[in-house]
Design a protein around this ligand. Structure first.
Ligand code: ZN
Ligand code: FE
Length: 256
C-alpha cells in the first residue's frame, strides 16, 4: 500500500495546516484551513488540485478558509456530524467509528470531545498518521472549552491504543511552552528531560517539533500519564483516580 504524501504548512502565529495527497487517486486534502493564501500557494507549487477539506472542529483558526477554498476549488468539506451546524459548508458528516474513504486510503474516525464537543480525529492507519486537531499536542492537550475532564480523558484514551509509531499531526506548535510546564509536574522523568533539551534546541533554530509520535507522547506527555507516581506525588494525589489526576494536571496548566 502506498502512503499519503503530507506537507506541513505553518500559518498565523503557531498553527499547522496539513496538505496531503493519495498518490494513487490524486485526491488532495487540507486539514483545518485557517487561511486560504498559503494553501493556494502550496497547491500551485505542487501542481495539486484540492478535493477535500478535512475539519477536526469548528474553531475559526481551523475552519476560517472553508468557504473560500470550496468556492475557488469546488472541493468537498468533511467534518463532524455532531458539529455540523458549526462547520461552514460541510458536505460529508462523520461520527465515531466511521471509515472515511479518501481515494485508495481510508481513515478511522474518533470522537474526541473535550476541547470542543463534537471534535473528531482522523486516523490514516496505512500512513501512520493521526490528524487530531486541538485534542493532543506535543507534550500537551487542548484546553477544555466545552467538554469535561472525564470526556477528554476518554478521548485521549483512544489515542493511547494506537501503535507507538503513529505520527501526531496536531494543529499548533505549542511544544516549548508545554515542555516548560511538563518538567515542573514530572521532574524525575528522564525521557522528558532529554526531550525538553531537544525541544529548546529545535525551537531556537525555528525547527518544527511536530509531528511527534504517540510512543514519545506516552513516555513524556503529562496529560497521557496520570498513572505516573512522579506526577501524582507532585500533585499530592498519590493513588487518586486517573480522571482526577488528569483534571488537576489540566487545571494547573491553565494557570501556569
Ligand atoms: Zn481549537
Ligand atoms: Fe486551534
Amino acid at each position: 500500500m502506498s502512503k499519503l504524501e503530507i506537507h506541513q504548512i505553518p500559518v498565523l502565529n503557531d498553527n499547522y495546516l496539513y496538505l496531503f495527497k493519495d498518490p494513487q487517486s490524486n485526491n488532495v486534502g487540507i486539514v483545518d484551513p485557517a487561511v486560504s493564501g498559503p494553501v493556494l500557494d502550496k497547491l500551485n507549487e505542487l501542481n495539486w488540485t484540492l478535493t477535500h477539506i478535512i475539519n477536526t472542529h469548528h474553531h475559526m483558526d481551523h475552519t476560517g478558509a472553508n468557504l473560500e477554498l470550496k468556492e475557488k476549488t469546488g472541493c468537498v468539506i468533511v467534518g463532524s456530524k455532531e458539529d455540523a451546524a458549526r462547520i461552514p459548508g460541510i458536505d460529508i458528516q462523520l461520527v465515531e467509528g466511521d471509515i472515511f474513504e479518501f481515494g485508495t486510503q481510508s481513515a478511522k474516525i474518533f470522537d474526541v470531545s473535550g476541547h470542543t464537543v463534537g471534535h473528531i480525529a482522523y486516523w490514516f492507519e496505512e500512513s501512520d498518521a493521526l490528524f487530531c486537531g486541538d485534542t493532543l499536542f506535543a507534550l500537551g492537550c487542548g484546553r477544555l472549552f466545552e467538554g469535561s475532564p472525564a470526556q477528554m480523558w476518554t478521548s485521549l484514551g483512544k489515542f493511547l491504543k494506537l501503535p507507538d509509531e503513529t505520527k501526531i499531526y496536531c494543529a499548533h506548535e505549542y511544544t516549548e511552552a508545554n515542555a516548560h510546564f511538563a518538567v515542573t509536574v514530572e521532574p524525575q522523568n528522564k525521557a522528558l528531560k532529554l526531550r525538553f533539551d531537544d525541544i529548546l534546541k529545535k525551537r531556537a533554530a525555528n525547527i518544527p517539533t511536530v509531528p511527534s509520535t504517540i510512543g514519545e507522547e506516552k513516555a513524556t506527555n503529562p496529560f497521557l500519564r496520570p498513572d505516573s507516581p512522579d506526577l501524582q506525588s507532585t500533585l499530592g494525589m498519590q493513588g487518586a483516580d486517573l480522571v482526577s489526576v488528569f483534571a488537576e494536571t489540566r487545571r494547573r496548566k491553565d494557570s501556569f
